[in-house]
Design a protein. Structure first.
Length: 248
């Protein structure tokens, strides 16, 4: 079983718990306005077998400790479901914690993939259909189907949301985001990610127009209040889910 990857980050600290190796898959069906990895969107990358990839990843196990592991990111890992599943199976057989960093836009049949996934980093692009299409160029059906699969599988979620000045940073927007997060299953944590411009130069090199040209980076300190507020919503939701499970 082979797939195509863009790159491997051997020891990442921001893509899930602990020290993690992060595998960036090649290919993504979305065209997000703020994507900072346009070089992962289309074909190309490196072809590699699941066996060889996992052999490389297992070598980093001494650095993972008790809390780290491997995160599959992209691109969109769900766009290569058979390859992803084979990698997940091999890593779980080695006792390694697995994390899926995804927008939830794949090809369906997520049950097996989620059965071998310990944590989902769910990238919430937007919470309503019009806003979602404006940011991604796609409708929400695929990502909503993924959320329901996660609900059925019972895999915990960390929600991520990119906050862009003038686009997703308004008080009304973030309040509605909190209401949406309250409907998601098993949310353990919320991370508001401040928009940055570090990917702009990649667009120039690829000859692709950058849709947010001139939009300044988001000041992360302005998100601290909302990070606290949204994580409080998350904690209340987790407590309610736990109580409901006890009742049943």
């Amino acid at each position: 079983m082979t797939g195509r990857i863009h790159s491997i980050e051997s020891m990442g600290l921001v893509d899930g718990p602990g020290v993690r190796s992060v595998v960036f898959f090649q290919g993504c069906p979305l065209r997000c306005l703020y994507c900072h990895n346009p070089d992962t969107q289309r074909g190309g990358g490196q072809e590699i077998s699941a066996q060889e990839l996992c052999r490389r990843l297992v070598r980093f196990r001494p650095y993972f400790g008790d809390s780290g592991g491997v995160t599959f990111s992209g691109g969109e890992p769900l766009a290569q479901p058979e390859f992803l599943l084979e990698c997940l199976r091999r890593l779980k057989a080695e006792g390694i914690h697995t994390c899926l960093d995804t927008s939830g836009v794949g090809l369906g049949n997520y049950g097996e993939i989620l059965a071998h996934t310990d944590l989902v980093l769910y990238d919430v692009k937007h919470f309503d259909p019009q806003g979602y299409r404006a940011i991604t160029g796609r409708d929400m059906d695929a990502t909503l189907a993924f959320v329901e699969a996660v609900r059925t599988a019972g895999v915990p979620i960390w929600v991520r949301h990119v906050v862009v000045p003038g686009l997703t940073d308004g008080e009304d927007h973030l309040t509605a985001l909190g209401a949406y997060i309250a409907t998601l299953p098993g949310v353990e944590r919320v991370e508001l990610l401040p928009y940055h411009t570090m990917g702009v130069e990649k667009y120039r090199k690829l000859g692709i127009p950058y849709a947010l040209e001139g939009v300044p980076p988001m000041d992360g300190t302005k998100l601290e209040k909302w990070n606290r507020r949204l994580n409080e919503i998350c904690r209340r939701g987790t407590k309610q889910e736990r109580n409901e499970s006890y009742e049943h």
